[in-house]
Design a protein around this ligand. Structure first.
Ligand code: PBG
Length: 330
């Protein structure tokens, strides 16, 4: 129960009178320590290639990464997340490029770890969609993504990333049982301290379009991902997904997408009291950006959107605005 006064003795606007009092009263805050910067990778030399559906975001060749990481470090962004744009010639039915120790992600991890040691965290997605010729996150058989067969590959993909120096393994595939199997395999091979950030609550969402364009899977993808990613009508099911992943050894859980799912962030935080990250996905970025560009909404909407995650209970946010907003926060 809350005890409250009564108007006119109580006037809630008193605390909002000036900027300094509003600052004292504020319940949530955002700093660059709360932000994770996604970085798209592409093969080649000395290139930063713009992405049509994501104005302001680029795919970088590995030799350009030092600039990206320097900037992130100077803004005190704690971690970057690597995503590869894989040449279509390297894609096949079973996404075997995911297990190539010279694939883009592996080379990028080695490059960054060699230069920056442990000054910045590296997070890598575990899923096959950037590598498959059908754009799905796992192996398919008559339009169904196979679970256990896919997990066997994901275990190897995770171990390879850890061997390269990846700090945070982030399974985004939504296969059942993968967190436990990945954990056991990492431990068995001496990687007990590599963290697992599980995309535990990931919906089959319409907001991923621009990302699929960015990693080159958009035009390849047949059908939807509804037989493995969650139905956006469901909320209680998220509690089961999270409890499963915690028992299997997840250190942190992710809720994805972001803004349409703030209720899930708050639900999971209140029920499990564990670190919860949110992913403000590519479609959200594209919508906000286009709104600003067209003069429909103010630029401050970016900060408002990011604070909403903190208010809901997120510890950190993966956002394509990480770079831009950190500058503003400084
Ligand atoms: C792949 C993956 C996706 C995103 C992150 N990892 C897309 C998908 O599941 O289809 C989406 C991120 C974004 O939209 O910004 N498993």
């Amino acid at each position: 129960m809350i005890i409250t006064g009564k108007y006119p003795a109580l006037r809630l606007r008193r605390n909002r009178k000036f900027e300094w009092t509003r600052r004292l009263i504020q319940e949530s805050n955002l700093s660059s320590s709360d932000l994770i910067l996604p970085v798209f990778l592409i093969d080649g030399k000395n290139k930063n290639q713009s992405i049509n559906s994501m104005p302001g975001i680029y795919r970088y060749t590995i030799d350009k990464l030092a600039k990206v990481v320097d900037r992130a470090l100077s803004q005190k962004i704690p971690m970057i997340a690597l995503f590869p744009y894989t040449n279509s010639k390297l894609k096949n039915n079973n996404g075997s490029e995911a297990l190539n120790e010279d694939n883009l992600v592996c080379r990028a991890i080695r490059y960054i770890k060699k230069r920056y040691k442990n000054k910045i965290g590296i997070m890598c997605d575990v899923a096959l969609d950037p590598y498959t010729s059908h754009g799905h996150d796992g192996l398919i058989k008559s339009n169904y993504v196979l679970n256990d067969e896919t997990v066997e590959i994901l275990i190897k993909q995770s171990l390879l990333q850890a061997q390269m120096g990846c700090d945070v393994i982030a399974p985004s595939d939504m296969m059942d049982g993968r967190v436990g199997k990945i954990r056991r395999n990492l431990d068995k091979n001496g990687y007990q301290l590599v963290q697992i950030l599980s995309y535990a609550v990931k919906y089959a969402s319409n907001f991923y379009g621009p990302f699929r364009d960015a990693v080159g899977s958009k035009n390849l993808l047949k059908n939807d991902k509804k037989n493995y990613q969650m139905d956006y009508r469901n909320k209680l099911e998220a509690l089961r997904e999270v409890s499963l992943d915690i028992k299997e050894g997840a250190d942190i859980v992710m809720i994805k997408p972001g803004m349409p799912y703030l209720d899930l962030i708050s639900l999971v935080k209140e029920n499990f009291k564990i670190p919860v990250f949110a992913y403000q996905v590519s479609g959200e970025y594209a919508l906000i950006n286009n709104g600003i560009k067209k003069g429909l909404i103010n630029k401050d909407a970016i900060l408002e959107s990011l604070i909403s995650f903190k208010r809901a209970g997120a510890n950190a946010i993966v956002t394509y605005y990480a770079d831009q907003i950190s500058k503003l926060l400084k």
